[in-house]
Design a protein around this ligand. Structure first.
Ligand SMILES: Cc1cc2nc3c(=O)[nH]c(=O)nc-3n(C[C@H](O)[C@H](O)[C@H](O)COP(=O)(O)O)c2cc1C
Length: 234
């Protein structure tokens, strides 16, 4: 079965991107989000020019990265398959004022990261929006003791309708056993397991039972390169 090569980087976390002001506010799902800098804190998101969100981020030069939980999967799916602010009527989210920008945050989200756009560049068929983070809010329960509380069911995306959440399997790693000079064989086994079997052991799969929606995001691959070389390991 043919597979898009970008899927090789999956599973990825799924986020909600809020854009626009007031009645024009909109929400879309986005996997292609990353941290770019710690100090100042900056994030990047790849948004196709086809998205309504693209228009709003370009207009207002701000966006919010909201962190959904598994409990918000239905809303994530609507945000990721329908276009324009009218979809919000179908969603069960509450837009609330952000701390530092006019683009609203999502009350039900585990965290909201408020960004002011400092750069926007087109790479292939997506625009890479760079946001400087100037405000944020989060649920205390979801980030206990300065780290994510996996019981809050952070959401990740495996493939199209398959979503996953994380299980706290390897809490007390055998890190104490590691010395700077050598890695214990147990730790190497652990690393191999974590790297190559994430879906089977560290991450719990969810049967989302969601049917594909009206609008897809599978058609994004117009390539800069004419010759793709790939190999499938057995
Ligand atoms: C889980 C998921 C992740 C997605 N990630 C992205 C992404 O990173 N970038 C993008 O441009 N579209 C992405 N999409 C597609 C958009 O969310 C989708 O086209 C949405 O309908 C756009 O809404 P809008 O037109 O209201 O902005 C994703 C869709 C889903 C379901």
């Amino acid at each position: 079965m043919k597979m898009d090569a970008y899927r090789l980087l999956y599973p990825m976390r799924t986020y909600l991107i809020v854009s626009g002001h007031g009645k024009e506010s909109n929400v879309m799902a986005a996997d292609w989000v990353t941290i770019l800098s710690h100090e100042p804190f900056m994030v990047g998101v790849a948004v196709s020019p086809e998205r309504y969100t693209h228009r709003l981020i370009s207009k207002y030069k701000e966006f919010v990265v909201s962190v959904p939980s598994l409990d918000m999967l239905r809303d994530v799916w609507i945000a990721g398959t329908k276009s324009g602010p009218s979809k919000l009527k179908e969603m069960n989210i509450t837009l609330i004022p952000s701390m530092k920008i006019e683009t609203p945050s999502i009350k039900e989200a585990l965290a909201n990261i408020e960004c002011r756009v400092v750069d926007a560049r087109d790479y292939g068929d997506h625009t890479w929006f760079v946001g400087e983070v100037i405000g944020w809010s989060y649920k205390g329960e979801a980030f206990k003791n300065g780290k994510p509380n996996l019981k809050s069911k952070f959401l990740a995306h495996a493939a199209w309708t398959d979503f996953v959440t994380f299980e706290e399997k390897y809490t007390k790693l055998k890190i104490q056993k590691m010395t700077s000079a050598s890695l214990s064989s147990e730790y190497i086994v652990f690393l191999i397991l974590t790297l190559f079997c994430p879906t089977s052991s560290a991450i719990k799969s969810i049967d989302s039972s969601i049917k594909p929606g009206t609008k897809g995001f599978n058609s994004l691959h117009t390539s800069l390169f004419t010759n793709h070389t790939f190999r499938i390991f057995s």
